[in-house]
Design a protein around this ligand. Structure first.
Ligand SMILES: C[S@@+](CC[C@H](N)C(=O)[O-])C[C@H]1O[C@@H](n2cnc3c(N)ncnc32)[C@H](O)[C@@H]1O
Length: 367
């Protein structure tokens, strides 16, 4: 990567000031642990980006701490972090569809205290099975206690949900957050960013348009990391195989388990050739392409604890605060016994094209 031109460094700073900081960075524990961590993947580090601890054990532990009632999400996210080990954020940087910021916070080595729960603020739990986004809520009275700051910051977190951006802004990961629709023209000037990350392009109506926008806001020489579904994903989903494809009424009951999520995910499942056509059209070149998420993992995710979520939330809220930390830890330790080997095995299980997702590192050529 060529050094960032001064012109480029100045422009985003002005750009960022125009963003509305929804909330200042969250509380930091006075006793923060040192940032230096083990190097698992021998990353070539820029002076700005400190060492990222990508040990699967630690990453899974952090995700389980946040998503303890949705362990399948913790598992998927852990494997995503491993998949993007070769990607480095270089400022100015953008996270498209950052949501509550938890994924990028954990990936950056951030750690929250043991009482944190990504689902503390929820809404409309009674409408859970009507596919309402119950996580689109924000509780101004509680802010996360950051035990270890992330090892680097991302300049801008971009999402269309204000509540999620408020949560993200409280983590101290993003220098600013920006609310906007990634289905439209992105609210950033051409060539603003040196790196862009997104794991949501396939949620959008027109992924080709979003990829073109990512290319537009990237500076020449800049890099993007995108997570995108492969054609294997729908094959791995037994919900898709048993009901979506067949419309066999005997399997309709599985709809309640899916809540529309998988259908959203498989909508844009594409081969590498199909995704690469979008990249070429957008003027991006592939630096690295890997696959991850084995059939085993996707099937675990396909069931997960999703349908139990509302009742688990009720149970959690009924537990005395004095008991909660111990119960949560026991729950996490029990789950880790099963999930850690699966996360570690995923690279083997998903080899030979047997993987549900692509991870692309893309480059915008220097003109
Ligand atoms: C599955 S979440 C991923 C969030 C985060 N990147 C993570 O990994 O935890 C999908 C995110 O995409 C955001 N999103 C979906 N459609 C969007 C759009 N049209 N514009 C901006 N953000 C969008 C949602 O608000 C949500 O935060």
């Amino acid at each position: 990567m060529s050094p960032c031109p001064r012109r480029l460094l100045r422009r985003p700073a002005a750009e960022m000031r125009r963003h509305v900081p929804l909330r200042s960075a969250g509380r930091f524990a006075s006793q923060t642990r040192p940032a230096a961590r083990s190097i698992q993947y021998g990353l070539a580090l820029t002076p700005r980006e400190k060492i990222v601890d990508v040990s699967t054990n630690n990453i899974l532990s952090e995700f389980l701490n946040a998503y303890w009632l949705r362990p399948e999400t913790a598992l998927w996210r852990t494997v995503d972090v491993n998949a993007m080990a070769d990607f480095q954020f270089e400022s100015p940087s953008l996270d498209v569809g950052c949501g509550d910021g938890m994924f990028s916070f954990v990936r950056a080595g951030g750690q929250l205290d043991k009482t944190f729960d990504a689902f503390q603020a929820t809404t409309n739990l009674d409408k859970f099975f009507e596919n309402v986004d119950v996580f689109d809520a924000f509780d101004p009275s509680s802010s996360p206690l950051v035990m270890r700051k992330p090892n680097y910051q991302i300049d801008c977190g971009f999402d269309h949900k204000e509540n999620l951006l408020r949560k993200a802004a409280a983590l101290g990961l993003y220098k600013s957050v920006k609310q906007g629709d990634a289905d439209s023209v992105f609210p950033f000037s051409d060539g603003t960013f040196n790196t862009v990350f997104s794991n949501i392009v396939y949620w959008l109506t027109d992924p080709g348009k979003a990829i073109a926008e990512i290319s537009r806001v990237l500076a020449p020489g800049g890099k993007a990391c995108l997570m995108l579904p492969s054609t294997k994903l729908p094959e791995f989903s037994f919900y898709n195989q048993l009901y979506v494809k067949t419309k066999d009424e005997r399997w309709r009951f599985l709809e309640r388990m899916d809540r529309g999520r998988f259908t959203d995910n498989i909508r844009q499942a594409k081969s590498s050739e199909q995704w690469e056509k979008y990249f070429t059209a957008a003027g991006l070149e592939v630096d690295k392409h890997t696959n991850h998420l084995s059939g085993t993992l996707v099937k675990i995710w396909d069931v997960g604890m999703r349908p139990l979520f509302p009742v688990l939330m009720r149970m959690t809220r009924a537990i005395a605060q004095s008991e909660l930390a111990e119960i949560k830890q026991e729950w996490i330790d029990t789950l880790k016994h099963f999930l850690l080997p699966i996360a570690e095995l995923d690279a083997n299980l998903s080899s030979g094209g047997q993987a549900g997702f692509h991870c692309y590192i893309l480059r915008k050529p220097l003109r």
